[in-house]
Design a protein around this ligand. Structure first.
Ligand code: MLT
Length: 263
């Protein structure tokens, strides 16, 4: 683990393995540890980088708004600081996917392939954006448990709550350790994120879309439609997984990633 200066922020990053570079971008309000199944299971073929985005994990916290564009630019600066010149395979989950769209649109030369897990292309509705602003205020007043309570019941497949309660608890602990200002900034950034649907046709890198069968936040049908709008995409549904497919079913997700990167 290392703290790396990436423009105006220092980002914590775990780096492991060798091969083509794979950059793993976590969801909200989590950190790099959600990728431990990929850090354990893919480093024989890939050089894996798993940073904490600004405001999360051990990275610097900047109050205000953390836009998806800003977080994408942070990642480009991180790669520059780490001297990764080879275009990366970028894999983002949910909010990490919102950041991945912006990376694809703003830093195309740095991108070889795209993996989008459990994410959306549309913007928030006005009601959803207002809900995020309210949660940001609540987190500022009451701490991160407000975010954990709102999100944890929606993140996993029914069988994950029953058969892998340790994953649910570990995720709760990650959220509870997160700085309220970091959570608030990401919420405001997601609330104002752009709809990228009209840009999908120009994202021409090979793309793999992965979605948990029981994902209620970014459901499989919605992700299938995104795949259909991308020029060069395939879709994989992961059985017995919800919104956190890479964490819930790492073997199935890693198998899909292996097949995709081998092509
Ligand atoms: C995430 O997992 O990153 C969040 O569910 C994204 C969101 O709230 O839109």
């Amino acid at each position: 683990m290392a703290l790396v200066q990436a423009g105006e922020v220092r980002l914590n990053v775990v780096e492991r393995g060798s091969g083509a570079p794979l950059l793993l971008v976590h969801g909200y309000p989590l950190d790099h540890s959600m990728w431990h199944g990929q850090l354990d299971g893919l480093t024989d073929i890939l050089h894996v980088f798993a940073p904490d985005l600004r405001g999360f994990g051990k990275s610097d916290v900047k109050p205000g708004t953390a836009s998806m564009e800003q977080m994408a630019d942070d990642l480009a600066r991180l790669l520059e600081a780490l001297k990764v010149t080879r275009p990366v395979i970028l894999c983002g989950l949910s909010m990490g996917g919102y950041v991945a769209w912006q990376f694809a649109l703003r830093h195309r030369p740095r991108l070889a392939k795209l993996i989008l897990c459990d994410t959306r292309a549309i913007a928030d509705t006005p009601e959803a954006a207002a809900g995020r602003r309210k949660t940001a205020e609540q987190v500022r007043a009451e701490g991160p448990s407000a975010a954990a309570d709102a999100l944890l019941p929606k993140l996993f497949a029914p069988q994950t709550y029953q058969q892998q309660p340790q994953i649910v608890e570990a995720t709760r602990q990650v959220i509870l350790r997160t700085h309220p200002a970091g959570i608030g900034a990401a919420l405001l950034g997601m609330a104002e994120r752009p709809d990228v649907t009209s840009h999908l046709a120009q994202i021409d890198v090979p793309a793999l879309l992965i979605c948990g069968q029981h994902d209620s936040i970014s459901p499989p049908d919605e992700m299938r439609q995104i795949a259909a709008k991308l020029p060069n995409a395939r879709f994989a549904e992961v059985a017995s997984a919800g919104h956190m497919a890479p964490l819930e079913q790492p073997q199935a997700v890693n198998a899909a990633i292996r097949e995709f990167v081998a092509d």
